[in-house]
Design a protein around this ligand. Sequence first.
Ligand code: SF4
Length: 350
Amino acid sequence: MSEAPLLELRDVAKRFAIRPDLATRIADRLRRRHDPHVVHAVDGVDLAIERGEVVGLVGESGCGKSTLGRIVAGLHAPSAGTCAWRGAPLTAARTRTQRLAIQMLFQDPYASLNPRMRVIDLISEAPVAHGLWPRGDAHRRTVATLEQVGLDASALPRYPHQFSGGQRARVGIARALAVGPELLVCDEAVAALDVSTQAQVLNLFMDLRDQASTALGLTYLFISHDLGVVRHLSDRVLIMYLGRIVESAPTARLFAAPNHPYTRALLAQTPTLEATKRTFAVIEGEIPSPSSPPTGCHFHPRCPRAQDVPDRRCSRERPLLKVVGRGHRSACHLNDREVATAPEPPTPQG
Ligand code: SF4
């Protein structure tokens, strides 16, 4: 019998009730509309992550990727669907082991680090409180953890404001590593850094990833709006649009043979990591509101290929994720008559 994935989500959804603005409330009253306004932040996501894998999750701002990351990290309970950790249910009432095993890193480490605490306390607080480190050994273990992220003992007595942005990111990573996580959910973890510091922190993630098969055994869910960032880090990339995964493929294949029109549009305008100016893709049209998503394929109002699908099917019917290549799935009606024919890339990334 094959081993269960480290993490598995099935048909996970997250809805938030919102209070509409005054104009919308008046319009609702005139139309005698009484049903609540709901944002569909995550809309039926299936996801399996194997131990040691690095999965990139990419999409525009507001597509639901951070909400999905928060569901994985236990900060949001899903509205529907199931989550499993090593095959066991992962519910809102997580076990202590499950809570420690999944740690989340945020975009702004400054906001997630208590400014009144010194680094030694920031890093040792959780492992000592959970009995993972003997209190008498906290100093040595903290130094060892700092060294893992490229800092040293001189950081111990300092406060977060005494560090540069890159160093603060490293402190945040050390703090997460201190409790021995198995899965790190990195939500735009380098987005607030300048380009050269981003590269250094990405290199750190890659170094930690290289230790994945040895001591650390780390698995990553790396969330970013920037394909260029996840390209150099991920084994597999998921593309998310308005709450749904629209494409999933091994990284090399996704970049060599993208299938979904949205992924192609992202790739066409994504600068490389080497580029000095880094801006996110500008795709025709605005991302629709998740409180009133388009019918059928959510991408159809912006899709340059929608008219190639007969009978206005794109606006009527949700496309399901279908296999279009080895390890490669895409949710587009075009695949019912086209099969991705691009050759397998010669060497995988990473
Ligand atoms: Fe475009 Fe239609 Fe494919 Fe959606 S299903 S991506 S609208 S062609």
